[in-house]
Structures are given as C-alpha cells and as structure tokens.
Unconditional design. Structure first.
Length: 232
C-alpha cells in the first residue's frame, strides 16, 4: 500500500512537470516591464548590467533585507552549533583531533586554486556593474574558497572574530551609503550619490560598484561562518 502511494505521488508530479514542459513557450521578445527596465537602467543609472542595477538601486532595500536574512541564518547556525567547540575541548585529544588529513593532491590543489578563486571572486564583485556578476555571486565564490581550505585542512580554524567584525563593518557601511543616497541623491541607496562616470568604464555607475563590494564582503563572511559551523 505504501509503495502504491509513493508511485501515485511520483506519477502526479510527473504529470505536473510534463504539463509545464508541454505548455512552455519561449518568448522571443521582452515583456513591456522588462523592456522598460532594459532601457531605463543604462540611461538613468549608467550600469550596463541591468540586473545589478535593479538589485542595488531600484530594489536595494529588498537586497538589504535579503542580506539581513542571511545574517540571521548565520547567527542561528552559530547559536545551534557554536557550542561544539566548547564540547570538543572537553573531549580527549584522540577524539577531538581525530580529523584525518586530506591527501597531498587535495592540499596542493587547494594551495593553487584558493588564490585563483579569490582573484576570480574579486573580479566578479568589482565588475558586477559592467558584466555578469555582483556581490551575491562574488560572496558565494569567496565562501567556496573557504570551503576548499576546510576540505584540504580539516584542522584549519577560521578567524570567526575577524569575519564577524568585517561583516558588521560592511553592513554598517552599506546602510550609511543608503543614508547618503537620501541626503545627496533621490532616495535610499540611490547610486547617483556618486558621479555616474563614463558608461561601461570601470569607475562608473555611481555607487553601484561600492555597494557591490560591500555586499560581496558581507555575503562572503556570512557564508564562511556557516561553513565553519557545519564542519564536523
């Protein structure tokens, strides 16, 4: 009976997804709202990357809320799993230090890849206003380098105090940039608080590159803390 119910549920999900695939019709033109944003963002914000312009200007307050949610997730994980460090100190040395070292290939690969990943993350963050990328993506890439370090060296300890201070400083500066938008531009986190510069140049799009850097640092620190807390 139980197996029949499982088969029925899987079949129903299959019907749902099949109907979605059959009904899918790829659009060859943008919707009116999307077309208006495609024209408005380069003209008004000076950012070739429309998605980044929307996320860090038009709906930047929502982006700030999303980062706040990620911070609460990191804080919650720290509260639940943070006591493991204290418990491990009470255990005998053989139990608490029983993490097997990774192979030489993994360690050598981490030494080569971590700097390259960090450079790539910086590129994604700093060029998010001109090409695909931005703070969220770059922060996730930063966290992936931290994950590689943890996998290569199980006994490697992340400086959580430094990450917490850096994340807090990035969050405070992000909010202060928003207040500066209210004072010197047309609204909270309005990128026109800084000169727009030449369209497509590295130093352009007003405050969007600065906001992208702060966002990338904040996301990278928060995800790194979560990775460290979930380690065995």
């Amino acid at each position: 009976m139980r197996r029949a119910i499982v088969v029925l549920v899987v079949a129903l999900f299959g019907l749902v997804f099949t109907s979605l695939v059959i009904a899918h019709n790829e659009r060859h033109s943008l919707r009116p709202l999307a077309e208006s944003y495609v024209k408005l963002v380069p003209q008004e914000l000076g950012a070739p990357n429309v998605i980044t312009g929307i996320l860090l200007t038009y709906r930047a307050f929502d982006t700030l809320g999303e980062v706040a949610v990620l911070f609460m997730v990191a804080a919650g994980v720290g509260m639940v799993l943070g006591g493991s460090d204290k418990r491990s100190r009470r255990l005998p040395r053989k139990v608490s230090g029983s993490s097997r070292p990774s192979s030489e290939i993994v360690q050598s690969g981490a030494q080569i890849l971590v700097p390259l990943i960090s450079i790539f993350a910086a590129y994604i963050i700093m060029n998010g206003h001109r090409s695909a990328g931005g703070g969220f993506q770059g922060g996730a890439v930063i966290a992936s380098s931290v994950l590689l370090l943890v996998l290569a060296s199980p006994r490697y300890r992340i400086n959580l105090e430094f990450l917490s201070m850096t994340e807090s400083a990035a969050g405070v500066l992000f909010v202060l940039m928003g207040v500066a938008g209210l004072i010197f531009a047309g609204g909270f986190l309005d990128n026109r608080m800084l000169p727009l510069g030449q369209f497509g140049a590295f130093f352009s799009a007003g405050a969007i590159p600065v906001l992208s850097v702060l966002l990338g640092v904040k996301v990278g620190c928060e995800l790194s803390v979560i990775i460290d807390r979930f380690r065995a």
